[in-house]
Write a new protein. Sequence first.
Length: 591
Amino acid sequence: MVQISRLFDFPYYQLEKNNIPDCLVTKYNGEWIKTSTQEYINKSNAISRALLRLGVQKMDKIAIISTTNRTEWNIMDIGSLQVGAQTVPIYPTISPEEYEYVLNHSESKYCFVSDQVVLDKLNAIKQNIPSLKEVFSFDEISGCRNWKELLELGADESNQPDVEHRKDNVKPEELATIIYTSGTTGKPKGVMLSHNNIVSNVLNSAPRIPFDEGTSRALSFLPICHIFERMIIYIYQYYSVSIYFAESIEKLTDNLKEVHPTVMTVVPRLLEKVYDKIYAKGAELSGLKKMLFFWAINLGLRYKPYGQNGWFYEKQLAIARKLIFSKWREGLGGELSVMVSGSAALQHRLARVFAAANIPVMEGYGLTETSPVISVNDMRKGLFRVGTVGKVIQNVEVKIAEDGEILCKGPNVMMGYYKDETLTNEAIKDGYFHTGDIGEFDSDGFLRITDRKKEMFKTSGGKYIAPQIIENRMKQSLFIEQAMVIGDGEKMPAAFIQPSFDFIRDWGLRHGLKLEGSNKELIKNPKVLERFQEEVDHANERFGNWEKVKRFELTPDVWSIEAGHLTPTMKLRRKIIREIYKDLYAKIYHS
């Protein structure tokens, strides 16, 4: 029996149990192309043999930049790791200057890119990266060497014994990958994760995820360059789950209907958008249909697991699932039984309403530095509680520091930050990784995250403000796409708000308002400002007087990764947003 201790052991473990025909599935030219477990291993070995022939040494760094998740990424990952090389996955959406920094800092020898857009960004700075020997592409691109050349170079199996020798000499405690986290400030940090860091996290998280081995289907679309999706991909391989790679976020709806997944990972922002879209469609209904829709929604918002609401509620819920929520499931492919959520806090109402719709969202918690999972909910055995990130997984220890910070110890905690001992020593003290998150355990051992330690601030009156809690409350409004609470050292909290422009225009049509013109003109409309004041007032009802957002300014831009407002994992870049809207800040506090 294959003992899993290195990342490349997962496909071999799967092969021993199930040689599934659709291990990895990617759409090319409109057709889903399946790669079996055996083909996956064969191609990975061909890549390993080719890399040896290119002179790749143990500890060499191989970068992969892909706009979408795809079969080739996984083959390159396993093929590289088998020869003792280390992979450096890079977010495709970061700037060329950040490409340059990561590739130089990691001293990457080879780089694999997915498409023309990524190649163009790389070509703009390639001459500034002395370590880079060659670039290969997954797509056929004129003037760029294609990755299939390596499959051909590795077709001759005569050096397979050398590959086996390299594999045998890869130790679980050795570095497997460097993942650069963009962070909300400063240069990216290179998080060093060993084989054991990630393998232990997979094996310790796996019991929390309900899979039917060999019969489950996953749709993968969150960036695989992030440790969350990558670790989940290894879990899928462990459980022999068929992995279908979505074409893009724009085609996600189509892909859901084609693939009929039983599981997928999500981020709260996606669920917010799905819910808002469903809600807007319900608002367009009339008569009995509309009444039934909102009856079901209100029922969902009161949902508690394990029949805690009593038999009468459960009876109503069964009717709502049949009449209304079944259509939600159809829209998500019809067979989705669980979604795993990470990266940011999930609004309680979404956890309730999706669970009521029989598509439960299992919210978890972790960081890149913890490989990533620290805790996660599980619908089974009473391990699901709305408003929490579940119970801590096995073999991982968590304690709460005196100031409320969550500290983590376990085999999942990173080796350190690449080439930065000072930063490593700041983050790991007495064996515990300091997460920077504030949290607490409830009486039953469920972990609750309350804020980011570094994002909390004091007003000039000495009162602490936890911005994320206020922002999440504000984002429950259909009018508000993004919000950032400000006011460090000021007399009161305020907020920058990015409106949901499409929703506002639809709202205007329904109310006979002529909301024409640009976004800049829209945010100055008195009726719009009046309505936003109502939304902010409603959000404020939950907070103490010192926490209430006293003033706000609407921003004309759509906040995005490309424009610098958001990190690749959709977190706010607070310092940059503050700088972008310094005039609005001055208007709020100094006018």
